[in-house]
Design a binder for this molecule. Structure first.
Ligand SMILES: [Zn+2]
Ligand SMILES: [Zn+2]
Length: 223
């Protein structure tokens, strides 16, 4: 399910928004969960706003320098498709930009690759700082993750981040009926049309188990 959803939901977005390849994102994401709020967390807010917001993404060597060669994306690297996307990534947005220019000239290029990409960068990276800093914590996870309704609205469901840390395998982040999660609505649609399968969301028993376990208080670090 994960791979199918990733390809269909995100790759188009990564290409047209110049936000790098799936292996890069999956690696950073796994490192974030494995080393949450520690020195090896790629976008921990404990290193300041800039580093957590865009700095970690814009500095190419950052994750490698910080985390070393953690081989935690072997399942993707084993597939030629993802290696191809990574090796040829530069040409994907480049080809898209050329097509835009040929189709609509400079105005298309400026609005679609300039203004739109800048706006999406600004929104995409908001959660990396905010949702380990401000918000509510309905789940007692051993990290500083929070839920933020306004980030969820801006970022299509990404704001229910404490839910996500509590149930990292669930593609549904807005677990309550009132927690709007547009990405989850898209995944449900992909399931209906056969492009996503084997989707698992937490049951009431899972939630109860989670509520009564992990008595580790979150440490909020202000810096
Ligand atoms: Zn995650
Ligand atoms: Zn997190």
């Amino acid at each position: 399910m994960y791979v199918v959803v990733y390809v269909n939901k995100s790759y188009n977005n990564l290409t047209t928004c110049i936000q790098r390849d799936p292996i890069f994102w999956v690696r950073a994401h796994k490192l974030h969960h494995k080393y949450s709020d520690t020195d090896k967390d790629p976008y921990t807010p404990t290193e300041g706003v800039w580093c957590s917001y865009l700095g970690w993404f814009l500095y190419n060597e950052y994750i490698g320098t910080k985390c070393g060669e953690d081989p935690n994306v072997s399942e993707l690297k084993a597939q030629w498709f993802y290696r191809f996307l990574q090796d040829t990534y530069f040409w994907h947005p480049t080809a898209f930009a050329i097509l835009l220019y040929l189709y609509g000239g400079f105005p298309y290029l400026a609005w679609v690759m300039g203004v739109r990409v800048t706006a999406l960068y600004l929104f995409t990276f908001i959660p990396f700082y905010v949702i380990h800093k401000w918000g509510t914590r309905p789940w007692n996870t051993p990290d500083t993750s929070t839920n933020s309704w306004w980030v969820a609205l801006l970022c299509l469901g990404d704001g229910w981040h404490n839910n996500h840390h509590a149930f990292p395998r669930s593609p549904r982040h807005g677990l309550e009926w009132w927690q709007l999660d547009l990405t989850w609505e898209l995944i449900k649609f992909l399931e209906v049309v056969g492009l996503a399968a084997d989707i698992k969301v937490p049951t009431e028993a899972d939630k109860l188990r989670r509520k009564t376990s992990l008595p580790v208080p979150a440490k909020q670090t202000d810096k």
